[in-house]
Design a protein. Structure first.
Length: 141
């Protein structure tokens, strides 16, 4: 974790731009001193049911609609909605239509490293090791 210190400065990420040559990455563990990560992304089918041990996950829906399951609750979230998914609660989400565009906000920051590694993994065993290292685990439906 990066402590909040004087080395941090304010910044603006212009529309269509991102950090570290990733147009979706708006705030990272490094740019916020570990406070949070913000990623602009599109979701289709979404991930399977899973739990985060280390971070809370939030969404601000820009376009489209998400269907969300968190614990025993189910929600629909249209454009303009904010979604909070606390750590330790099994959850999954998917676009109610073809896709939804959203800001994914994770607190504390660092989930961008997980996404980079999991997207580059070549097999299920490697994905399992990455998930374990980041405290993210699939939960049986």
């Amino acid at each position: 974790m990066y402590p909040m210190t004087d080395f941090l400065t304010g910044y603006v990420v212009p529309a269509g731009a991102g950090l570290a040559r990733d147009p979706g990455l708006k705030a990272s563990r490094h740019s916020t001193g570990g406070a949070l990560t913000v990623i602009e992304t599109s979701i289709g089918a979404g991930p399977p049911l899973h739990v985060h041990d280390r971070e809370d996950e939030c969404f601000y829906i820009i376009d489209g609609e998400l269907s969300i399951r968190c614990g025993g609750d189910a929600y629909d979230a249209a454009a303009g909605s904010f979604v909070f998914l606390p750590r330790g609660r099994p959850h999954r989400f998917w676009a109610a239509g073809p896709s939804a565009r959203l800001l994914l906000i994770a607190v504390p920051g660092g989930i961008e490293d997980y996404f980079r590694e999991i997207n580059a993994a070549s097999n299920d065993a490697e994905r399992g090791r990455i998930q374990e290292r980041y405290g993210i685990r699939r939960v049986p439906e």
